[in-house]
Design a protein around this ligand. Structure first.
Ligand SMILES: NC(=O)c1ccc[n+]([C@@H]2O[C@H](COP(=O)([O-])OP(=O)(O)OC[C@H]3O[C@@H](n4cnc5c(N)ncnc54)[C@H](OP(=O)(O)O)[C@@H]3O)[C@@H](O)[C@H]2O)c1
Length: 417
């Protein structure tokens, strides 16, 4: 008998961002297999309207109320059959839509926590790019996925690579059945490009501008993750993400700098075998992998021409020049609400750096100060994590507002272009 597979309904949270746009590109290549049910973003009206015209979703949400009103007017003018929702409640509503099968969680930062959790609680196939919620509350995501039957698939290229290198017997997606050690896994090795300042001296890092920090050598990404890559906080957040997704301790996760971004991560087995996933640096590859999983489908990315690659390099990261990596490892070991405090302080610090209020080299300083003054608790339930996030943000913002801070930064602002 000839069976035709049912088209899967997809919700894209953060559709106007880099991951969202790449997701829609992959989906548009497989229109018989997937259809877009809902799109959500924060305030980018024109991009979301353009996406609505192209993908005809049932629903479109903007978290910003004024922007949602404008979108609604323009959707009506365009005679589109798309219902426009607004606010954080609208985003959460589409994250758990009954008739959606797949949710791409690609909102940036802690703002994505509640909608991603809603999608997991609703038992969806959740493609998680938004690493910050996993850093804050990874344990709860895994627990809720076990309860609801949701499958979590990692989109971060490193975690997607590790997932591809795990033995099939680990089970059907994440949560995996047992701890990786029971499958003979010795170590998880995350690769890091080293970012735009891999070879910069400490003195050079003092004068880094937002534009330089956002110019990643290999990847095109949103501003926040670009700055995180430049400070290597991104790799630190990824260590914590790996501990939750793969049920390992931070000591089981190594980081190696690999400037070419071709080997996306590796898994070392007890017999000495090391399995790696290689591909061109194109986020459509992990997105297509997760959308089609456990099958495979085309992504639109160029295939790897091994003979054109030249040498691939690997080196140890410098914790001296990139202290965010050390801080993240420490909070990963501490657990409880410590990762949420570090994450919130980092979000404030990155935003302030991008707005010219903070020097690049003060990002780790602000995170350390916040960790020192905001007490972490061992319990990391939703309530304690949201409270820690709020306390850390207000402490970090207070630091920026102090008199001496403002005075010093007047001079700094003049040097940032
Ligand atoms: N880019 C990559 O290559 C990459 C790789 C791995 C992991 N990730 C992770 O994926 C996530 C997204 O990264 P990105 O690079 O795509 O970021 P981005 O380009 O900055 O896009 C962020 C998206 O989130 C939306 N958004 C922000 N706040 C929101 C809110 N409160 N409610 C609803 N939507 C909101 C934005 O909407 P507006 O456009 O309207 O502001 C935009 O659609 C991050 O957590 C990042 O760490 C990214």
């Amino acid at each position: 008998m000839n069976t035709v597979a049912r088209s899967r309904g997809v919700v894209v949270l953060g559709s106007t961002g880099t991951i969202g746009v790449n997701t829609l590109d992959v989906l548009s290549r497989h229109q018989a297999r997937f259809h877009v049910v809902a799109l959500a973003a924060q305030r980018n009206v024109s991009k979301l309207l353009e996406q609505c015209l192209l993908h005809r979703p049932e629903m479109a949400v903007l978290a910003d109320d004024d922007a949602a009103d404008e979108l609604n007017t323009r959707v009506k003018q365009a005679a589109l059959d798309t219902e426009v929702l607004s606010g954080a409640a609208g985003v959460r509503r589409v994250a758990a839509l009954k008739h959606a099968d797949v949710v791409m969680a690609a909102i940036v930062g802690a703002a994505g926590l509640l909608p991603a959790l809603d999608a997991v609680k609703a038992g969806k196939k959740v493609l998680i790019a938004n690493k910050e919620p996993l850093v804050m509350l990874g344990g709860l995501f895994i627990k809720e996925a076990r309860r609801s039957g949701a499958t979590i698939l990692p989109i971060d290229s490193e975690h997607n690579a590790i997932f591809q290198c795990l033995p099939a017997s680990c089970g059907s997606g994440i949560p995996i059945h047992d701890a990786p050690r029971s499958y003979g896994i010795n170590k998880i090795i995350l690769t890091a490009s080293g970012g735009p300042f891999r070879n910069s001296s400490k003195a050079q890092l003092e004068h880094v501008t937002p534009k330089q920090a956002c110019s990643h050598p290999n990847w095109v990404m949103g501003k926040k993750i670009s700055v995180d890559s430049a400070t290597m906080m991104n790799k630190g957040l990824e260590i914590i993400e790996a501990t939750c997704l793969f049920n390992v301790g931070p000591e089981d996760v190594d980081v190696v700098v690999h400037p070419q971004s071709i080997v996306h991560s590796l898994v070392e087995y007890v017999d000495g075998s090391v399995l790696a996933q290689l591909a061109n640096p194109d986020m459509r590859i992990p997105i297509a992998h997760a959308l089609a999983w456990p099958e495979r489908m085309s992504s639109g990315a160029e295939t790897l021409k091994l003979c054109n690659l030249g040498a691939l390099g690997f080196e140890l990261p410098s914790l001296d020049r990139f202290p965010c990596l050390r801080i993240a490892r420490e909070v990963a070991g501490e657990g409880g609400t410590a990762p949420s405090i570090a994450n919130a302080a980092n979000e404030v610090a990155v935003d302030s750096f991008l707005n010219g209020r903070l020097k690049f080299t003060d990002i780790p300083w602000l995170i350390s100060e916040t960790l020192e003054h905001v007490a972490a608790v061992d319990d990391s339930d939703l309530h304690s994590v949201l409270l820690a996030d709020e306390q850390a943000r207000s402490f970090a913002l207070e630091q920026l507002d102090t008199k001496s801070w403002r005075r010093n930064n007047d001079e700094r602002r003049a040097t940032i272009t």
